[in-house]
Design a protein around this ligand. Structure first.
Ligand code: PHE
Length: 452
């Protein structure tokens, strides 16, 4: 094995995993859920969850993936057998397969919004746009289910074609250019917000915690988002872990990915909230937040159409490199276990998920008033996956890596020893599982019934 070979293996893994992590979660979801949950205190809990739960679980997932070397279902089954544990551990893999399909269903709808904004930006729609105009523009898009369906279909097809042809390598190369470009664009937008928005109000909103605004439900959302944004708890990172050469440090790689992901989210927040405050917009206005604020900034800049179209194109790329990792576990499971071709499996999984996405499309118009326990179909898809399935998946992954796997296996695979290994083991055995468990029990009301 040449040095070059292992280097490109490491590089390919970092690109794939960062591509999976950085996506709509950072730029679309983080700002809007931060806005809905009151800012600072929510952001602090989110950051704590990234550090104390996300990082150790990401290390665990990569480690399991590298050792198991298959789709998440088979990897869990194989590793459980190796450690003499029950083959029921494969259910963790199955839950991940379904979580991925469910997330993709609405992820593709939102990525469709970005595609539509890209097309609008090219046509110069945003130049000189006012806050009111941006709000109207967004509502017109949401109100038209045929447009939403067309853009959702286009994005789903793009993802399916990439996964079906197995041309991820090409996309990952693209990511290596697009990701830094997205970063530069975000810095530019933050620069705009500094000069033209209520920048200090934005900073204050994001970073000064007011714990009276923090509900139990907000803590669950922050924790769930730590899983979502790092692509954890459903096997995506496990599936990519198989690419990682043996001699690469899982710890250092994980920390690099987590920092990049967090910085992108914070930059998005810093670009958006100053505009929210300077235009008297509502921080808690929901999923449309970036689509009603960023166009105002672009509209005000010179070369507005150029900048806006570049930004939304980069956002679509970031979404694509995440989307492929959402359906990969399901596709890999089918191709490794049945005679079906990769193309067939991808169309099956992607097609099913696309169909499910129609429920989310209608949640924004025809069925927006049809709610179950106060939540639309889209809200439920997001809640069930981010707030329940990913944390549960992460909980079991932590228990498996921390308790079921022998210390020898995990220590060897992580190539850690001494303090860093003990720290990882402590976080994985105790901190991560207990934190997830307590938050889930608290929000479901079980803790209250037990103790009162
Ligand atoms: N991490 C991705 C984002 O932030 C979403 C994702 C979740 C991707 C789970 C894969 C698995 O956009």
């Amino acid at each position: 094995m040449s040095v070059q070979g292992s280097w490109s293996g490491k590089f390919a893994f970092i690109l794939a995993a960062t591509g999976s992590a950085v996506g709509l979660g950072n730029i679309w979801k983080f700002p809007y859920i931060t806005g809905e949950n009151g800012g600072g205190a929510f952001v602090l809990v989110y950051l704590l969850c990234i550090a104390a739960i996300g990082i150790p679980i990401m290390m665990a997932e990569i480690m399991l993936g590298r050792r198991g070397h298959q789709n998440p279902v088979n990897t869990m089954e194989k590793l459980a057998r190796e450690e003499g544990a029950s083959s029921a551990w494969k259910l963790v893999g199955w839950m991940g397969v379904f979580a991925g399909i469910m997330i993709f269903s609405y992820y593709s709808v939102i990525a469709g919004w970005a595609l539509s904004y890209f097309a609008d930006a090219l046509r110069g729609v945003f130049s000189g746009i006012t806050a009111e105009g941006a709000g109207k523009h967004f509502n017109t898009l949401l109100g038209s289910w045929p447009s939403l369906l067309a853009w959702h279909t286009l994005f789903a097809l793009m993802t399916i074609l990439i996964v079906a042809r197995g041309v991820r390598g090409g996309l990952e190369k693209a990511v290596s250019i697009m990701m830094p470009a997205l970063f530069v664009m975000l810095i530019l937008m933050v620069g705009y917000a500094m000069g033209n928005g209520e920048f200090m109000k934005g900073v204050h909103f994001l970073f000064s915690p007011d714990f009276s605004k923090l509900s139990g439900a907000a803590v669950l959302t922050a924790m769930g988002h730590a899983f979502f944004t790092l692509s954890l708890g459903m096997g995506a990172i496990m599936a990519y872990g198989a690419y990682l050469p043996k001699n690469v440090s899982i710890g250092a790689t994980t920390i690099t990915i987590a920092i990049a992901d967090t910085v992108v989210a914070l930059l998005a927040g810093l670009a958006i909230f100053p505009i929210v405050f300077s235009h008297g917009l509502e921080a808690g206005s929901g999923p449309g937040l970036i689509f009603t604020t960023l166009p105002i900034a672009f509209g005000d800049m010179p070369y507005s159409s150029l900048f806006a179209s570049i930004f939304f194109l980069l956002l679509v790329f970031a979404a694509l490199s995440s989307a492929i990792s959402l359906i990969e576990p399901a596709v890999a499971r089918i191709t490794e276990k049945t005679a079906m071709s990769r193309g067939g499996a991808t169309f099956l999984v992607g097609g099913f998920s696309w169909l499910l996405g129609i429920g989310s499309i209608l949640s924004f118009n025809m069925l927006s008033e049809h709610k179950l326990a106060g939540k639309t179909f889209f809200d439920w898809m997001d809640y069930l996956t981010s707030n329940i399935m990913l944390p549960l998946g992460g909980l079991f992954i932590a228990i498996f890596a921390g308790w079921v796997m022998s210390r020898k296996s995990s220590g060897d695979e992580l190539s850690l020893s001494g303090f860093s290994y003990s720290l990882w083991l402590f976080l994985t055995r105790f901190v991560a599982p207990l934190a997830v468990l307590i938050v889930l029990l608290k929000v479901s009301g079980v803790l209250d019934t037990l103790f009162i």
